[in-house]
Write a protein that binds this ligand. Structure first.
Ligand code: GLC
Length: 470
């Protein structure tokens, strides 16, 4: 099958969140299954400068008509280990950042129009797989493709971001009839909504775990009512497929970022050496008997930054240390609140090497998100023998087995709707650690030996593609 993944970010080129990991690891897994895989994304300035090899091969040059003006585009090509990467270069993306500009909806409209033209000119893709609002209108544009039988899939990685524009932008950005708005097809709360448009126009829609698919379809009020639209308009064409992890990159046995590699038989001494190393690196003393607790996250409301700060006063009671790597809109807050606590060490910059080392060095990993369509960090921590403490939402429920499952346990899952549950769960995890209960070994072993690979989910996506008929 010839598959095109359309997205706004992909590792190794650019990343703001989990979507970038998803594209990299999923495309690699599809390739390993023998599929013909391409990825197309905007050519941000940062890619141009940081990855000059992507600037060598011009694949195509074309123009297209957006409603109000004519736009030129150059497409560059780079083969990354058998996955074909295409970069659409338009003036709209000659900026330093990826998102956060006043004209983002217009910028990504330009991207989608470019991809639409690109597809029409090379019309041989069987599946066009879009991701999040930045590519969600493309399936509608493809309704007008001269070759009708292109299978379209939209994956929702984060329903909170939807792409809001105005009625007239239906024509001004996409040159589509404004009747799409007037009829309600792409209208939500009297705005032109990209995510809704994608839900309406794609053949299949999915999100990145079964539990989040359930949450979404049953929640008609949250996320501006996007769940109700899925429920009413796409009920039978909506599923959840849990994300896999790149188990080659995230393998404590071979990870070059660690000072000592380890596996399920040697994790005790291995983790101790990595703990020593990270403490040294950060100038901290290894003078505590309690656990090393960590979090690596975007510091935003979604990720439960308030809960991440709630633990500060309790650390001392358990002689614990807490290392957090994070950036985001709440980083100032986090830093300020942490100042009185010498048990807390905050790294205000994402550092890939340090992140790997921290996963390996820690005893517990906190992920108290308020919503989490899938999540990656909980998978990494289990694989690295670090017990996750997670909220009972989204993919966290599908991937972490709570202590109450006894022999199957891989971590702590606390009730997200109970305001006191996080702290009491945190306390029992700390007590468990200090009690030296031999069951801890079982929990760690279960976590380390779980299958987090893409194998099963990759198959489910291929089945989803194959299930599309006309
Ligand atoms: C988004 C979601 C996260 C998910 C990722 C990849 O970042 O918030 O839960 O793991 O997309 O699908």
């Amino acid at each position: 099958m010839k598959i095109l993944l359309v997205c706004s970010e992909a590792l190794p080129y650019c990343k703001s969140g989990g979507l970038a990991d998803f594209i990299f690891s999923f495309s690699k897994a599809l390739k390993e299954e023998g599929q013909d895989v391409s990825v197309i994304l905007p050519y941000y300035n940062s890619i141009k400068y940081k990855f000059p090899e992507t600037n060598k091969e011009i694949y195509d040059k074309f123009g297209f008509d957006m409603g109000t003006h004519y736009q030129g585009c150059t497409t560059y090509f780079y083969d990354l280990n058998g996955v074909k990467y295409f970069f659409t270069c338009t003036d709209r993306f000659e900026r330093d950042g990826m998102y956060g500009y006043y004209d983002d909806t217009e910028r990504f409209a330009c991207f989608m129009m470019a991809v639409n033209t690109f597809i029409t000119r090379h019309n041989d893709f069987d599946v066009v797989h879009c991701n999040d609002w930045q590519s969600a209108v493309l399936p509608l544009l493809l309704h007008y493709n001269p070759r009708h039988e292109i299978k379209t899939v939209l994956t929702i990685h984060n329903p909170a971001y939807q792409g809001w524009a105005r009625r007239d932008d239906v024509y001004n950005f996409f040159k589509l009839d404004t009747n799409y708005f007037d009829s309600g097809y792409c209208r939500l709360n009297n705005c032109f909504n990209y995510l809704k448009t994608g839900i309406m126009a794609s053949k299949k829609v999915n999100t990145v775990s079964k539990n989040h698919a359930n949450e979404l379809i049953n929640d008609h009020l949250g996320y501006s009512g996007i769940g109700a639209i899925i429920d009413y308009c796409k009920h039978n064409d909506f599923t959840g497929i849990v994300n896999g992890l790149d188990i080659d990159v995230w393998n404590p046995k071979t990870d070059h970022n660690l000072v000592c590699n380890y596996d399920v038989n040697t994790y005790e001494s291995g983790k101790a050496k990595n703990k020593e190393a990270i403490l040294n690196k950060l100038g901290l003393k290894n003078d505590f008997k309690g656990p090393l607790v960590s979090a690596i996250t975007r510091l935003s409301d979604q990720k439960g930054v308030d809960r991440l700060m709630q633990v500060f006063p309790y650390l001392k009671n358990y002689d614990a240390k807490y290392i957090v790597i994070g950036t985001g809109e709440k980083e100032g807050d986090f830093l300020y609140q942490s100042l009185p606590y010498k048990e807390v060490y905050f790294v205000k910059n994402y550092d890939e090497n340090l992140a790997h080392l921290l996963y390996a060095a820690s005893d517990f990993f906190l992920m108290p998100s308020y919503f989490e369509p899938c999540g990656t960090s909980q998978l990494i921590s289990m694989r690295y023998g670090t017990i996750p403490i997670v909220s009972s939402v989204g993919g966290l429920v599908d991937t972490v087995h709570d202590m109450s499952t006894n022999e199957l346990a891989t971590g702590y899952v606390f009730n997200n709707s109970d305001p006191g549950a996080f702290i009491s769960c945190f306390k029992s995890a700390m007590d468990f650690y200090l009690s030296n209960d031999p069951f801890i070994k079982k929990v760690i072993t279960n976590g380390m030996t779980g299958d987090y690979s893409w194998k099963k989910s990759c198959k489910e996506y291929l089945e989803l593609y194959n299930s599309i008929t006309w």
